[in-house]
Write a protein that binds this ligand. Structure first.
Ligand SMILES: Nc1ncnc2c1ncn2[C@@H]1O[C@H](COP(=O)(O)OP(=O)(O)OP(=O)(O)O)[C@@H](O)[C@H]1O
Length: 290
């Protein structure tokens, strides 16, 4: 569980983040979205004890990072810059990190396999591609079997199979009861994995809600055998109906309600489409609306 409360960080007279409050719950993947310079990295760096807050709190499993006993067993982090020594092999890097973190090195082999680096285990990390470095960073984050994962732009440099692998890994972690907080500007990618969305702009929270709630079913497009009868039935049920060519644009009904009402007035439905908003649209409308 991650709890960020009234977090503020000022640099001189500039607010990098101001009164940021949100939680990332166990069993869910929470996406932190924001444009460049909106305060995502600052929030994550404070959470991970790398930057000191000016005010407020950022807690992992109820504690500040620096108060955690063996932090690697609570939280694993993937930050923007990889932190491996270029002359070290992936295997040596993971062994070093497990020793530094006070966690057993017995998982190193299995983790290299899990992230798909078993064939590159003895290769210098300096010769790794960006995607391989990201995979190594994920393996490092998982060393202490933490229940909380924090990832800052982890999809950078990953190819499509790498992205799919990352999504599956994050989903599995959350489905096993873990907490995942991931920042990204790759909205289409994020949309496929997040349950909850936190949108940050100029250091302030602009929106925070489950993805399903934010993207909601905005409108339905319906075509039936008798549009007039259908429109009357929908309006009687409290919906707003606007005819557009051979379609009815309907707001205020679920697809199930629209189908059931059509059945009740004996109108055959030829087309019924729910228009959901993509995360990108949600993000733009929230970011521009303030
Ligand atoms: N050490 C620092 N000194 C001064 N200003 C800083 C420092 N770190 C961050 N900032 C400023 O704080 C604001 C938020 O930066 P932050 O890196 O958190 O944004 P971000 O959302 O992570 O951006 P990006 O997507 O580009 O990584 C920016 O205006 C940035 O210039």
């Amino acid at each position: 569980m991650i709890e960020i409360k009234e977090l503020t960080k000022t640099y001189g007279r500039m607010d990098a983040v101001r009164d940021v409050t949100f939680t990332a719950e166990p069993g869910r993947v929470t996406g932190l979205l924001g444009m460049n310079g909106s305060g995502k990295s600052t929030t994550l760096r404070i959470l991970l004890g790398l930057t000191r807050a000016t005010g407020g709190s950022a807690l992992i499993n109820g504690k500040r990072y620096r108060d955690l006993d063996r932090p690697l067993t609570h939280v694993g982090a993937v930050l923007e810059q990889g932190l491996s020594h270029p002359g070290q092999s992936g295997y040596a890097h993971l062994v070093t990190q497990s020793l530094l973190g006070g966690v057993g090195r017995d998982r190193v082999g299995a983790l290299l396999e899990y992230v798909g680096l078993e064939d590159a285990a003895t290769k210098r990390t300096g010769d790794y591609s960006l995607g391989m470095r990201q995979r190594l960073a994920v393996a490092t984050a998982l060393l202490g079997e933490p229940n909380v994962l924090v990832l800052d732009e982890p999809a950078n440099g990953l190819d499509p199979p790498g992205m799919a692998w990352l999504r599956e890994m994050l989903r599995a972690h959350a489905d096993n009861g873990g907490t995942v907080l991931i920042s990204s500007h790759l909205l289409a990618e994020l949309e496929q994995v997040v349950d909850d969305v936190v949108i940050i702009g100029q250091g302030r929270i602009l929106a925070s809600a489950p993805l399903a709630e934010l993207s909601g079913t905005a409108r339905l497009r319906v075509r039936g055998s008798d549009q007039t009868r259908l429109a009357e039935a929908y309006e009687k049920a409290g919906a707003t109906v606007v005819p557009a060519n051979d379609l009815l644009i309907v707001s205020g009904l679920t697809p199930e309600e629209a189908g059931d009402l059509a059945l009740a007035v004996q109108v055959a439905v030829y087309e019924l489409m729910a228009e959901t908003q993509h995360l990108e649209d949600v993000f733009l409308s929230v970011a521009e609306g303030r």
